[in-house]
Design a protein around this ligand. Structure first.
Ligand code: ZN
Length: 343
């Protein structure tokens, strides 16, 4: 097994205002733990480079890209209440999208088996002409477009298990069948989209699969959703590449939401995704970092994900299982299977 990672110090220069949960410490902790545990030397470093305008404009308007650049040139500002920019945020965002594309390229060209892009700012909320929810450019959407338009792929599965709905990614492919977008998220919650009735439109109908969850769903519920809903959807779709918007804010200790996943639970989800990729698309699997705001959880969840990608059996979970019993999802699962004609 060979696994690539993407990281660049520019990602630390997207400077958060004091007290903001999406700050550089997230990556500092991840990189520190990967180094301490001896994982980094086992990985292939995929270089981050700035995304080209041609690749970025497949998903974002030139006008919005210019605005982001100009805001950075003026020293930064807030794009909305919680989406900040500092003077180097434009560069960081270009390198985040570019880094993920390089990881996808390495996997599609067979240089490595799989990869994880450890990037900031995150991307899944960013829309064509609007940054929001801590996101500037939609890294995963840009990477999927790259795979489709430059590498000749016809079917890409994007799995988004961040606790927040990936509205920007959903929008990007809502009318198309070339991407199957699957999202689990707390609902109702920020940003408010992701109702189960949102299933795509026109040629895209049936190619958006939302799993809106009440607070309190944990390891067992997520496992069932992946086994009984995601897996049959993916098997029917036959993806040629699986991209993962990996947010670790569904953990029971995360400060921004109310789900009950544990680090062990996250690791089992990663194993399922790896098995799915092995079975359906020659193991082509690329993770990209989205949210996750409890720093120890984030670092360990990413560490374990690398162990899964490398084919290791070990799990490190210093926080343990959720303290409360979890919410049942069987009724929701039945509804979703019916809606997506899986029964
Ligand atoms: Zn999130």
């Amino acid at each position: 097994m060979s696994t690539a990672y993407v990281y660049d110090p520019i990602y630390l220069e997207h400077n958060a205002p004091p007290g903001h949960p999406e700050n550089k410490e997230r990556l500092v902790r991840i990189m520190g733990l990967l180094e301490n545990r001896g994982v980094l030397p086992r990985l292939v470093a995929a270089k981050a480079t700035p995304i080209s305008t041609e690749r970025l404009t497949r998903n974002h308007s030139q006008r919005y890209i210019d605005t982001v650049r100009q805001v950075a040139e003026r020293g930064g500002a807030h794009l909305d209440l919680d989406t900040y920019m500092s003077s180097r945020s434009y560069e960081a965002a270009m390198m985040a999208a570019g880094g993920l594309v390089n990881a996808v390229e390495a996997v599609l060209e067979g240089k490595v088996d799989n990869a994880f892009a450890l990037v900031r700012p995150p991307g899944h909320h960013a829309e064509e002409s609007r940054g929001m929810g801590f996101c500037l450019f939609n890294n995963v959407a840009v990477a999927a477009r790259y795979a489709l338009e430059e590498k000749g792929l016809e079917r890409v599965l994007i799995v988004d298990f961040d606790v927040h709905h990936g509205n920007g990614t959903q929008d990007a492919f809502y009318d198309e069948s070339c991407v199957l977008f699957f999202s689990t998220h707390q609902y109702p919650h920020y940003p408010g989209t992701g109702n189960w009735r949102e299933i795509g439109r026109g040629a895209g109908e049936g190619y958006t699969a939302n799993v809106p969850l009440p607070g309190g769903v944990g390891d067992e519920g997520f496992g069932l959703i992946f086994d009984e809903f995601l897996y049959p959807l993916a098997e029917r779709y036959r993806p040629q590449l699986i991209l993962v918007s990996a947010g670790y804010d569904s953990h029971w200790a995360d400060p921004l939401a109310a789900m009950q996943l544990s680090i062990t639970g996250y690791t089992h989800l990663a194993r399922r995704l790896k098995a799915m990729a092995d079975q359906l698309c020659q193991g082509r699997l690329v993770f990209t970092l989205e949210g996750g705001y409890e720093l120890e959880v984030l670092a360990y969840a990413v560490l374990n994900t690398f162990h899964v990608l490398l084919g290791d059996e070990e799990i490190h979970d210093p926080l343990g299982p959720a303290r409360r019993s979890e919410r049942d999802v069987s009724d929701l699962l039945d509804q979703l299977k019916g809606l997506h004609r899986l029964v």
